[in-house]
Design a binder for this molecule. Structure first.
Ligand code: ADP
Ligand code: ZN
Ligand code: ZN
Length: 667
């Protein structure tokens, strides 16, 4: 092989777990080709856009068989070197094809083989200092974190809602901006936290941008390039913002770090929180994980000393935390899920000209539509799951595949006409509340009423300005909002999480309940939270009432430890599905047997294959195989081995399968 042979190692958007070798273009180019540039290459009969990951002198293939690239698309690297390393490490950790990892963060406009246009100029930047005198705890967090500005460290900023976490982010960002650093703030969903974006814009002006999937392709491309050219310094973004080409990133913040939406649930199934820690490690910069209710994984890491815990134990505004009380609904008559005691409290709150929020985590009118004579209930033929009755449409809707069905006029089994909707959804609660309070304005906020563009903003405005006296909503209302007039929060169905098969159900329920409670009593007075329950004596409920999240987490973590569940062990889930039920089952059975032969000593526990809890979905049968190990290294070896098995299996080509490292949903 010649001295000056140059081989370009190119990542392409294909599901193959490798890079592809190409030669430089036939026509001599002036400039050297550097890692991080986009190129156009022939691939089979197509041409694809790829990213040069590395330049090598050797190839495992014969030089004569390698093809030259057909075009060089960027003059300077689009991705800095550290980002390329980050892509490699992320692909390795999640055992995901490198090309798909690289391309998952690239805006659509940059996946095309066009040379780049100069992005739109950004408005002028400003830098305002905080209008507040920081509390001693805020001060301490700011000083500690800034002292480590040139090192990697993960800070777990645990502070109750309203304790001033966002002010901490703003102040650290301000100081980092003075030294020309860039700052990334990851949030679960932008549309649900518009106030965070506004606060950053007010402080820092045009150097702030948001980045999420609802931006137009042109806007996404502009933000991407302006970050690369350092015109934009602060990004408030959802998980994919982690892959943006910052040149001088100085801090990553993961706000509401416990939120499950940081985990991508399809394709490249990464956790943006965990990858934020990895990216900070590679860049040697601090990362802040902020939450009122940290994930048990993060609390565990703090207990192990891997993360540094910073506490903000009091509300910055000095408004007391709401009081949480239970309403025992055993042997009580409920009207559409509402107890007389609750209705009475709603009445009293409204009489005081304050606002009420009713939280119910189920949209639609009623979750079951059934025959009172024979017990038949309406199911989705695609998904084998119960159909939800929607009053406004007078139809049955499947919440998994969105299939809409007409109401039967009689029971398909026994021909009876005694068909009824049972259970409660937001629509049914709304109907009952409208009857009980005919003179009040009621705003229902769930994914049905917020589907139209702009409707969420309108409803949120109504809530903020107190144009609506009673808010009824799902978890959309649990996140980040500040409703200044809200005095009473009622939770209608808190029992669901207590006896679930999902080992994370109680953690989730605790986070949700505390987050929703945090909406009450923000400005003028302490709020109240009422939880209706059939299990007032359950220890979980008394711990929720005492609002000691750390104590509750400790109890639940001790249970996890006894049962060897995460974070005390590590999981990976292999999923497979097909329209024929035997195929995925056989496929996973083969994998299970090979794994058992490979790991006879039990370092890897293999559970399954079993039908997924949600077995039939959109006409396909889903199965899963769970791998569990106490030691992460062994687990990763087993996953590597599995992915080799899965890829080399003939059966594997017929069906859809995926690997999920650190799964958070077992469906
Ligand atoms: P969190 O992010 O923890 O919910 P925020 O940073 O949003 O808390 O602060 C809650 C409210 O308190 C905001 O209105 C904020 O402007 C105000 N605030 C924050 N820090 C202080 C402080 N040191 N003194 C007075 N008010 C503060
Ligand atoms: Zn019947
Ligand atoms: Zn369905």
């Amino acid at each position: 092989m010649g001295q000056n042979t140059v081989i370009l190692k190119v990542a392409l958007p294909t599901p193959l777990r490798r890079l592809f070798d190409y030669l430089p273009p036939k026509t001599k180019t002036e400039q050297a080709i550097l890692p991080g540039v986009r190129v156009q290459v022939p691939f089979g009969r197509r041409t694809l856009v790829g990213v040069v990951m590395d330049i090598a002198q050797e190839s495992e293939f014969e030089l004569a068989k390698l093809k030259p690239i057909t075009a060089l698309l960027d003059e300077t690297p689009l991705f800095p070197k550290d980002l390329l390393t980050f892509f490699y490490k992320a692909a390795n950790y999640y055992h995901h094809p490198i090309g798909e990892v690289v391309f998952s963060g690239l805006p659509q406009a940059l996946k095309q083989d066009k040379k780049l246009k100069t992005p739109k100029a950004v408005p002028e930047s400003i830098s305002q200092t905080s209008p507040y005198q920081f509390s001693p705890e805020q001060d301490k967090a700011i000083t500690n974190i800034l002292a480590q500005r040139d090192h990697y460290a993960t800070y777990l900023l645990q502070g109750i809602t309203g304790s001033g976490k966002t002010e901490v982010y703003l102040e650290i960002a301000r100081q980092l901006l003075q030294t020309d650093k860039q700052v990334l703030i990851l949030v679960p969903e932008i549309s649900l936290t518009p106030q965070t974006l506004t606060r950053f814009e007010e402080r820092f002006g045009g150097q702030v941008a948001s980045y999420h999937s609802q931006l137009t392709p042109a806007k996404r491309r502009d933000v991407f390039l302006n970050i690369q050219q350092q015109n934009i310094k602060v990004v408030i973004g959802t998980r994919s913002a982690l892959f943006l080409p910052f040149q001088s990133l100085g801090l990553i913040v993961v706000d509401e770090e416990h939120d499950p939406s940081f985990k991508q649930q399809e394709g490249f199934r990464y956790s943006a929180r965990d990858l934020a820690v990895l990216r900070s490690m590679l860049l040697k910069i601090p990362v802040i994980l902020g939450s009122a209710t940290p994930s048990f994984e993060s609390l565990h890491n703090a207990a192990l000393g891997k993360y540094q815990l910073c506490l903000l134990p009091t509300r910055a505004t000095k408004v007391a935390l709401p009081k949480i009380e239970l309403i025992d609904v055993r042997h009580k008559k409920l009207k559409s899920g509402l107890s007389a005691a609750l209705l009475d409290q709603i009445k009293k709150t409204i009489a005081k000209k304050a606002q009420v929020l009713l939280f119910i985590n189920r949209r639609g009118f009623a979750p079951v539509y059934m025959c009172f004579d024979c017990g038949w209930f309406a199911e989705c033929p695609n998904c084998e799951s119960k159909l939800t009755y929607h009053l406004s449409k007078n139809k049955l809707i499947c919440h998994h595949c969105e299939r809409v069905m007409f109401l039967p006029s009689q029971c398909p089994e026994c021909k009876s006409e005694a068909l009824n909707a049972i259970g409660q959804g937001t629509e049914k609660v709304e109907e009952a509340i409208c009857q009980a309070f005919p003179n009040q304005t009621i705003a229902r906020i769930d994914s049905d009423t917020t589907r139209k563009k702009g409707s969420l903003d309108t409803l949120l405005d109504q809530a903020h300005n107190h144009d609506a006296q009673i808010l009824i909503g799902t978890q959309i209302l649990a996140k980040g909002h500040h409703f200044p007039h809200l005095a009473l929060v009622a939770i209608l169905d808190a029992d669901g999480g207590l006896f679930s098969a999902d080992f994370r159900a109680q953690e989730r329920m605790a986070q949700l309940l505390i987050q929703v409670s945090g909406r009450a009593g923000r400005v003028h007075q302490a709020g109240r939270v009422l939880i209706q329950t059939f299990h007032p004596e359950h220890p979980f409920m008394s711990q929720i009432c005492s609002q000691d999240y750390s104590q509750l987490a400790e109890t639940l973590l001790a249970q996890r430890q006894r049962s060897h569940l995460p974070p005390f062990s590590h999981l990976a889930l292999i999923r497979a599905n097909h329209t024929q039920t035997e195929l995925p089952e056989n496929f996973l059975m083969q994998t299970q047997q090979s794994l058992k032969t490979q790991y006879p000593d039990g370092t890897i526990q293999i559970k399954g294959p079993v039908p997924s809890p949600f077995h039939k979905r959109q006409g396909r049968y889903h199965y899963q195989l769970l791998l569990q190990a106490e030691d992460r290294k062994s687990l990763h070896k087993a996953i590597s081995y599995s992915s080799y098995l899965l890829e080399s299996s003939k059966l594997g080509r017929k069906l859809r399968w995926s690997l999920d490292v650190d799964p958070i949903e077992m469906i």
